[in-house]
Design a protein around this ligand. Structure first.
Ligand code: ACO
Length: 403
């Protein structure tokens, strides 16, 4: 018999909280969410203002350093990041080991984890300077790795970074430029990617960020920690939801199929969910979804696809769900993923790259959270407890005597 009193013997309260719905694991000064009011602030700045006025690299500086940079600080930061965009030449050979049809997220998990094998000189987590270099390397190299994962999957040669370009343009060029053709950056697409990345840059203690913190709490190096975050992000209930949401919208196909789909979502015997809807923290409209919807219209207009049937299904589905008792009573609203898939598809990315783009954008959030943890002396190794429900003490029975 388990003596439950033993669990309290050190005087601490023991809680059972599956999914950590009401347990804070850390203090943080990075991102604030008010889920009831639909508010999201990075270091105090509202997400809609940052999406409208800032740039992704400036937001990276803000998340990593706590303040918006002045001009000189921004220039230095930009120089530091662009200095690190290249990958070790040996690194490219790594990609050859993967099947061409491998999911790019599988490639990301492997290759980002392998960065520790290439950049030993920034794996000493107790050295602040090395931590900073590792952070800059990760922010700088993620688009290069992501673009290579994409190029590899479509059988095209890798495109090297061009550091006179801004972060988003450089990333787009590495994804879409082909040899012997002049690649012209479309400023609307570059801005769309930049805003997409701002909207995804951090979201406090979500599953992947908590994974990064948990991995980091053991003293693991930052490259390994970010790789664990990528692995967690891949799941369809988290970063994979934008891929799942687009697949769902395309499966519904036309507006007249929506009622049957909604009926299935509400059927307790059918376990399908409306992907891109609902959120653990937002019990009101996700403020990122509003910005993403705007972005979606901007991109579709640019490519002349305002009549896109998938967008029509999404808008009608949203309208119906927001007036349906099932969704209203459960406080289920569109989240950022509802419109992001349509947007990324219109920008030319295949579905398998959606979560990769999310990972590129979230890298700075993971790093800021990891750094905050490293600088917080009160943090201990993460070690959740459990409520044991298995067999009580019993004696071993030799195999011949078992029934
Ligand atoms: N469609 C239909 N019903 C839903 C949905 C949905 N998308 N989300 C929750 N519900 C229902 C559940 O069936 C449950 O109903 P019940 O009380 O009758 O059993 C109730 O709402 C509560 O659901 P939980 O799973 O307990 O809610 P939780 O807060 O744990 O889940 C989550 C949050 C995982 C995001 C969920 O809403 C979901 O699966 N959404 C779809 C996937 C998605 O869009 N994920 C992206 C999240 S945002 C991000 O990662 C960037």
């Amino acid at each position: 018999v388990i003596d439950i009193r033993k669990l309290y013997s050190d005087g601490k309260v023991f809680t059972y909280d599956p999914g950590f719905t009401s347990t804070a694991a850390c203090e943080s000064q990075i991102t604030y969410i008010d889920g009831d009011e639909g508010v999201l602030l990075y270091r105090g700045y509202p997400i809609d203002q940052l999406a409208e006025k800032s740039s992704f690299l400036e937001v990276c500086y803000l998340l990593a350093n706590g303040e918006l940079p002045n001009e000189g600080e921004f220039k230095r930061f930009e120089k530091d990041i662009t200095y690190h965009t290249m990958l070790h030449a040996q690194f490219d050979r790594f990609f050859d080991g993967f099947r061409r049809d491998a999911h790019p997220m599988a490639i990301m998990v492997g290759t980002v984890g392998a960065l520790a094998a290439f950049y030993h000189d920034s794996t000493d987590i107790n050295d602040r300077k090395q931590r900073t270099i590792a952070s800059h390397r990760l922010i700088a190299k993620m688009p290069t790795i992501a673009a290579r994962a994409f190029k590899y999957s479509i059988g095209q040669p890798f495109v090297s970074p061009r550091n006179e370009l801004d972060y988003a343009s450089n990333f787009l060029r590495q994804c879409f430029a082909v040899p012997a053709e002049d690649y012209k950056i479309n400023p609307v697409m570059a801005r769309a990617l930049d805003v997409f990345m701002i909207l995804h840059a951090d979201h406090e203690q979500n599953a992947s960020t908590s994974t990064v913190r948990l991995a980091g709490s053991s003293g693991a190096n930052p490259f390994a920690c970010i790789s664990s975050g990528i692995a967690c992000l891949w799941g369809p209930a988290h970063g994979g939801a934008n891929e799942a949401a687009l697949n769902m919208l395309e499966e519904i196909g036309t507006v007249d199929n929506i009622p049957e789909f909604i009926r299935r979502v509400k059927d307790p015997n059918d376990d399908i969910r409306l992907m891109g809807f609902g959120h653990r923290v937002y019990k009101n409209y996700d403020p990122r979804a509003t910005a993403m919807q705007k972005l979606c219209h901007m991109v579709l207009k640019e490519v002349g696809a305002e009549d896109n049937p998938t967008l029509k299904v999404a808008m009608e589905l949203e309208k119906i769900a927001l007036n349906d008792e099932y969704f209203v009573s459960r406080k289920l609203y569109p989240n950022i993923d509802f419109y992001s898939g349509i947007t990324l598809r219109a920008m030319g990315f295949p579905t398998s790259m959606f979560t990769v783009l999310f990972a590129v954008a979230r890298t700075v959030g993971w790093i800021a959270q990891w750094t905050e943890m490293m600088e917080d002396d009160s943090q201990k190794i993460g070690r959740p407890r459990q409520v044991y429900t298995g067999p009580t003490l019993r004696a071993y029975v030799p195999v011949g005597q078992r029934k």
